[in-house]
Design a protein around this ligand. Structure first.
Ligand code: PLP
Length: 403
């Protein structure tokens, strides 16, 4: 059996054609594919606006700036996430607080509330993560954010196409609860652009600010210019329109642009987003059925069919007391599982910057010590899936639970 990674991009002939056509076009960066990708992605997610950027980290950074994070402010995020969910606040000179997580790795609203009780309106924003593709409890978090005038930035990197049904319905990133949401197009994510990211929002001012910040803080919109026309060319009077070459840098921005080639790939991948999401759900159902009752494995929501359907299944995270031994056993059998995540508050940079240490978020730390992400991606064949399941069963057969 060839090596089976925990996640993998799905590139097909259509994708190759799309990139080739883009390379043969007049534009390599900021051409028509960017706007096409933004429009199609906004439609897929159900958000009014989308802004394409260089990667998910840039999406987080620009979003906190557009939402108004300043040096000395505080934000709350999850300890069970990729470093970028906290780092974006550090880029802006802010402090990062970590809220305790629930059994599935999402921040608990009561833990977020406790941080607001302590820090009050010093906290300017909450950055919940839709961990593994399961929507965070945005309705409860939104109530807390509203009570303190804080914004909410949803890190939906794992969750394109995820939703919550029932009374408090929403679709991840749709702008109905969070002020902005971000996505990544890193190869292991649902849509792969190599590198790439997207910000969605329903707020037109945030949208405008993101467009300007994405490209150096420069605007080409005459209606927004603040310099007199005569400064742009001394032969012009202030009543003349500005010369066509003129643009203004009005604040400090960045070059966080996506290229047209990447947008072409993203658009082509987006065409299969729904089909791939259906396949991820099939795989999750297969794992639920094949692994329930095996050893001491705790499966993600095996007992909740509606959550299985609403989940985007970026990761399939099992929990076991024998995580390290299972990881090693799978590796010996060419199955490359992964751990998501080492708690962010225990990373050396956060420990030295904020004095955090073990015991800050005991449930998240316990989650880390037990979690393992087993292979989950649409192109897994039935033969590969059976091989993974057989290997996990064989491991537990030879390793009694109480050993
Ligand atoms: C939860 C989460 N947030 C942010 C990021 C950052 O995205 P990128 O790698 O595109 O910068 C990732 C990607 O690894 C992620 O998984």
């Amino acid at each position: 059996m060839n090596p089976i990674p925990y996640g993998r991009q799905d590139i097909r002939p259509d994708d190759l054609q799309a990139v080739l056509a883009s390379l043969q076009s007049d534009y390599l960066t900021q051409g028509p594919k960017i706007a096409e990708f933004e429009t199609a992605f906004a439609q897929y997610i159900g958000a009014p606006y989308a802004v394409a950027v260089a990667n998910g980290t840039a999406a987080l950074h620009l979003s906190v700036l557009a939402l108004g994070l300043n040096p000395g402010d505080y934000v709350v995020t999850s300890p069970l996430t990729f470093a970028a969910s906290g780092n974006c606040a550090l880029y802006a000179g802010a402090h990062v607080l970590f809220a305790e997580t629930d059994a599935y790795g999402s921040i608990r609203p009561d833990a977020v509330q406790a941080l607001f009780d302590q820090y009050g309106s010093k906290i300017k924003g909450i950055i919940p993560v839709d961990f593994a593709g399961r929507p965070a409890d945005l309705p409860a978090l939104k109530k807390i954010a509203n009570a303190y005038g804080a914004w909410m930035l949803e890190d939906a990197c794992h969750a394109p196409g995820a939703q919550r049904s029932g009374d408090s319905k929403f679709r991840c990133g749709d702008g109905s609860l969070a002020d902005a949401a971000i996505f990544s197009f890193h190869p292991v994510k649902h849509i792969a652009c190599g590198e790439g990211g997207m910000i969605t929002t329903s707020n037109p001012e945030v949208h405008q600010r993101l467009l300007v910040l994405r490209t150096h803080g420069i605007t080409r919109d005459q209606h927004r210019f603040t310099n007199p026309a005569s400064l742009a060319d001394s032969s012009l009077s202030d009543s003349d329109p500005y010369p066509l070459w003129y643009m203004e840098m009005q604040e400090l921005g960045y070059n966080y642009r996506l290229t047209d080639m990447q947008a072409a790939l993203g658009l082509s991948q987006l065409n299969r987003a729904e089909e791939n999401l259906i396949r991820r759900k099939e795989i999750a159902r297969f794992y639920h059925a094949a692994l329930s009752g095996v050893g001491d494995l705790q499966l993600p929501h095996a007992d909740s069919p509606s959550e299985t359907e609403d989940h985007a299944w970026h990761l399939y995270v099992v929990r076991t007391q024998k995580r390290k031994a299972l990881y090693d056993y799978l590796r010996e059998h060419h199955i490359f599982a992964q751990v998501h995540y080492f708690p962010l508050h225990l990373m050396p940079h956060y420990r030295t910057s904020f004095g955090y240490g073990p015991g800050l978020c005991p449930q998240a730390e316990r989650f880390y010590s037990e979690c393992l992400s087993i292979p989950m991606y649409p192109s897994l064949s039935q033969e590969q899936l059976s091989y993974v399941v057989d290997a996990i069963r064989a491991f537990f057969d030879q390793t009694p639970t109480n050993s």
